[in-house]
Design a protein around this ligand. Structure first.
Ligand SMILES: CC(C)(COP(=O)(O)OP(=O)(O)OC[C@H]1O[C@@H](n2cnc3c(N)ncnc32)[C@H](O)[C@@H]1OP(=O)(O)O)[C@@H](O)C(=O)NCCC(=O)NCCS
Length: 196
């Protein structure tokens, strides 16, 4: 996917106030579909996120994430207090939320440094369409510009091949130190995106 940035980094400060959404890019997928890239979710996007998170037909989302509870049942406003910065990919023709990335401070147990966590979702019918590599890179690069010395880690279920595959493309590597301490989740880390 090709993303054309439309962004003045100096004007941005993360995390944004809740429900503020700013366009930071335009994108065209390999299928020729057009998308807008936002930092922040407005109320309409949050309503979509809630509905998508409750969607029982999205087996992969239900199996691999806690979003049903996190966004479907609990309060988004409470969750937002965790200082997450969200990036949204919105399909231009339909206004549908196609994909989401969020990043935010989260200590990596037993590790020093400015650790932040990453999470990513693509939603049906946009999943598996090659949107995520460039969208996640774009979001993480912007975040890295704003937060000095940031290091990223994610915890992902061992059987979640799609997410592990994406993480490896982004430069994440399995962490020896933390791997065995978590039974069903693989912890993988990237020190900074220059590795990518
Ligand atoms: C994980 C997820 C975001 C990947 O998104 P996607 O729409 O499949 O991403 P893309 O089509 O852009 O593929 C990106 C890369 O991921 C990798 N990938 C995707 N599915 C894969 C799979 N089943 N096995 C291995 N690698 C896979 C590919 O290497 C692909 O790179 P390529 O385009 O060069 O082939 C998506 O599957 C998803 O939202 N799943 C449900 C929620 C979830 O599990 N989130 C992560 C929780 S940790």
């Amino acid at each position: 996917m090709k993303i054309i940035p439309q962004i003045d980094l100096k004007k941005l400060s993360f995390p944004l106030p809740i429900y503020q959404a700013i366009t930071i890019g335009e994108a065209i997928s390999r299928d020729g579909e057009h998308f807008s890239v936002f930092v922040g979710l407005n109320k309409e996007m949050v309503a979509q996120l809630k509905a998508l998170s409750l969607d029982e037909n999205d087996i992969d989302l239900q199996k691999n994430t806690r979003d049903r509870n996190r966004f479907g049942k609990k309060s988004y406003e409470d969750w937002y207090k965790k200082n997450r910065t969200l990036f949204a990919l919105v399909h231009k023709n339909t206004n549908a939320l196609a994909a989401l990335v969020w990043l935010g401070p989260e200590p990596l147990p037993e590790n020093e440094g400015n650790w932040h966590t990453a999470a990513w979702r693509s939603y049906i019918p946009f999943r598996g369409k090659g949107l995520m590599k460039d969208f996640t890179k774009f979001a993480m690069n912007i975040y890295e510009e704003k937060i000095s010395n940031v290091k990223f880690w994610i915890a992902v279920k061992k059987e979640n091949a799609g997410s592990i595959g994406l993480a490896k493309i982004l430069g994440f590597q399995e962490s020896d130190e933390t791997f065995n301490k978590n039974i069903d989740r693989l912890i993988i880390v990237v020190k900074n995106l220059e590795l990518v």
